[in-house]
Design a protein around this ligand. Structure first.
Ligand code: ARG
Length: 257
């Protein structure tokens, strides 16, 4: 995780970002600290990467890459404003002893690349290039299933889908093409399908350890669905970081190694 010390909405690269809306850094930091403390209270280990001045979106650490089986695939960002972040994340990955690899095509890390069981669900349509999906399948030696996003409000896969455990996901169908919806239905017959009220507060931008699901507090309906399905929802308010178009999962790069 990277603290939002230099958080701002200085440019708009997704529909959630409005450069005329003021940002309260102290509140963003407080909400981020609550998220970090929540993970620690649940028994997870949190490593903190230093924030870099001039990189206001660096708080969305999920986009830094994908770390799987000791290999770290470094992000290649679509927009120039975020490109220097990959240098900072690659440095951290190297310092932790991971072998870093680059893709030739745009990949925005865990924003679009979500491991579930033995496969990787990979979003495309707004950010990650489908050609990077093929590169990643080659690098990690696992099947990569491409999913096509169609609504600009759900521009990264992790804004429209939560991985809950090795066989269960939750998602918002209107964010996907017909074909991708059919694929999701086929792969995850027991999936939780969320309503638009929860999707439009980025409720699906949540992190699950297989039992406990840390989710954005505003997504009350989703919390009820999670409980019914046997998961334990843990609410954290991320309203300030929503101004950049991200929430809990965006602020969290999970390490699968
Ligand atoms: N402002 C950032 C962007 O548009 C938000 C990234 C959110 N991250 C995520 N994993 N969905 O790139």
């Amino acid at each position: 995780m990277t603290p939002p010390r230099f958080f701002a909405v200085d440019y708009a690269i997704n529909p959630w970002m409005d450069t005329t809306t003021p940002v309260d850094i102290a509140l963003a930091v407080a909400q981020w600290e609550t998220l970090r403390d929540t993970y620690q209270r649940l028994g997870h280990v949190v490593d903190v990467v230093d924030a870099v001045p001039g990189l206001p979106d660096m708080v969305y650490a999920a986009n830094g890459g994908l770390i799987l089986d000791r290999t770290a695939i470094v992000a290649r960002f679509k927009y120039s404003q975020r490109q220097p972040e990959s240098i900072a994340y690659a440095q951290w990955m190297n310092s932790r002893g991971y072998t870093t690899v680059q893709t030739r095509h745009v990949n925005e890390g865990q924003g679009d690349l979500l491991p579930v069981g033995e496969v990787i669900l990979a979003g495309t349509g707004f950010r990650t290039d489908p050609r990077a999906h093929i590169e990643i399948a080659d690098i990690v030696g696992r099947p990569v299933i491409s999913l096509q996003l169609v609504d600009p409000c759900f521009y990264h896969l992790d804004t429209a889908l939560t991985v809950l455990d090795d066989t269960t996901v939750a998602y918002y169908p209107p964010a996907f093409t017909e074909l991708s919806r059919a694929q999701l239905k086929d792969l995850f017959p027991d999936a939780i399908v969320v309503d638009s009220a929860d999707a439009y507060v980025l409720g699906l931008n949540a992190v699950s350890d297989g039992r406990r699901v840390v989710y954005p507090a505003a997504a009350a309906g989703y919390a009820g669905q999670l409980s019914t399905a046997g998961f334990t929802p843990v609410a954290v308010d991320m309203s300030e970081l929503l101004k950049g178009g991200g929430s809990i999962k965006c602020c969290t790069l999970e390490v699968y190694s």
